[in-house]
Design a protein around this ligand. Structure first.
Ligand code: GDP
Ligand code: MG
Ligand code: ZN
Length: 288
């Protein structure tokens, strides 16, 4: 049988196969292969006398470090419109982290109840040119969550964003009925009380939500200066029109990206975030 590891506690893995959750141990050989099953892994299991064994881990499409979960496909990037005020530079850093990890980023502007039309227009105009999907939500009262539910089927979704943005509120709201179900498993086996708590996948709407937030706002953007520009999707249309091959869109003359910024096609603030991260990336590389 093939299933998905949704939780791991003290050497036991809980594998969801269709509607059933099976407690499994990993076969000893994983230790020799230096391969440890992760939450999110798709695995082949066999069940004998009610005991499940993981025989094989299927290839991973991604592996997040924080939280340590395999096969995450998308991120809800949550920022409050107010309280705390939206910080676009930080938001752009989260978007770069998503691109780096091959996650589809969906921007969720939370605390809609605190925003007026002015703030909504500002955000609308900010994202229009980036190509990122964004939604206005109110996690606390559940406004606008239908759009997010529609993105869940067949995906493993992590929620990320700065402290105070409403990530926990959103996760709880999206997972409401399902959190209780997985809670029952740990009570039944009564394990895990004194072990480190790892992340879990909560089945929702034909997909999964990771129950702990992703990344951290201080995460290093560990890539080369040449790679960075590819993490700004709206630059991609222009890169072949720069005069110099390998243009970093920084001080080079006849740069098509800078041209698009000057013409107002690429958001200037996004470009400034690019330069600020580029500066950081170049400094890091001096010391390695
Ligand atoms: N006004 C308002 N407050 C919210 C909303 N969502 C969350 N909050 C509040 O924002 C604060 C931080 O929320 P929390 O989920 O803990 O944020 P986290 O740090 O990102 O996990 C809490 O006091 C929440 O009640 C919302 O839609 N509107
Ligand atoms: Mg929280
Ligand atoms: Zn250029």
């Amino acid at each position: 049988m093939i299933g998905t590891i949704i939780k791991g506690i003290a050497g036991f893995y809980y594998v969801k196969v269709e509607e059933e959750i099976i407690e499994c141990k990993a076969r000893g050989k994983f230790r020799f292969d230096e391969l440890t099953p992760l939450v999110g892994d798709r695995v082949e299991i066999t069940v004998k006398n009610n005991k499940g064994v993981i025989d094989k881990i299927l290839p991973r499409s991604s592996e997040l470090i924080r939280p340590n979960v395999a096969n995450v496909t998308q991120a809800f990037v949550v920022f409050a419109v107010k309280s705390p005020d939206i910080n676009f530079e930080l938001l752009n850093r989260f978007l770069v982290l998503c691109e780096m990890n091959n996650l589809k980023a969906i921007v969720c502007i939370n605390k809609k109840d605190l925003a007026g039309v002015e703030e909504q227009d500002l955000i609308e105009s900010y994202f229009k040119s980036t190509g990122y999907e964004y939604y206005y939500i109110g996690a606390k009262s559940g406004i606008g969550l239908e759009d997010l539910y529609n993105h869940l089927p067949d995906n493993v979704t992590v929620v990320c964003g700065p402290s105070g943005a409403g990530k926990s509120t959103l996760i709880n709201k999206l997972c409401r009925s399902e959190v209780m179900q997985t809670g029952e498993i740990s009570e039944k086996s009564s394990r895990g009380k004194h072990t480190t708590r790892h992340s879990e996948l909560i089945p929702v709407q034909g997909g999964y939500i990771v129950d702990t937030p992703g990344f951290s706002s201080l995460e290093m953007i560990n890539i080369t200066k040449e790679e960075l520009q590819h993490l700004f999707p709206e630059f991609e249309d222009y890169k072949y029109d720069c005069k110099f091959r390998g243009c970093l869109h920084f001080k080079e003359p006849n740069c098509a990206v800078k041209g698009a910024v000057e013409n107002g096609i690429i958001n200037e603030d996004r470009y400034k975030s690019y330069l600020s991260i580029l500066d950081e990336v170049m400094k890091i590389k001096l010391y390695d």
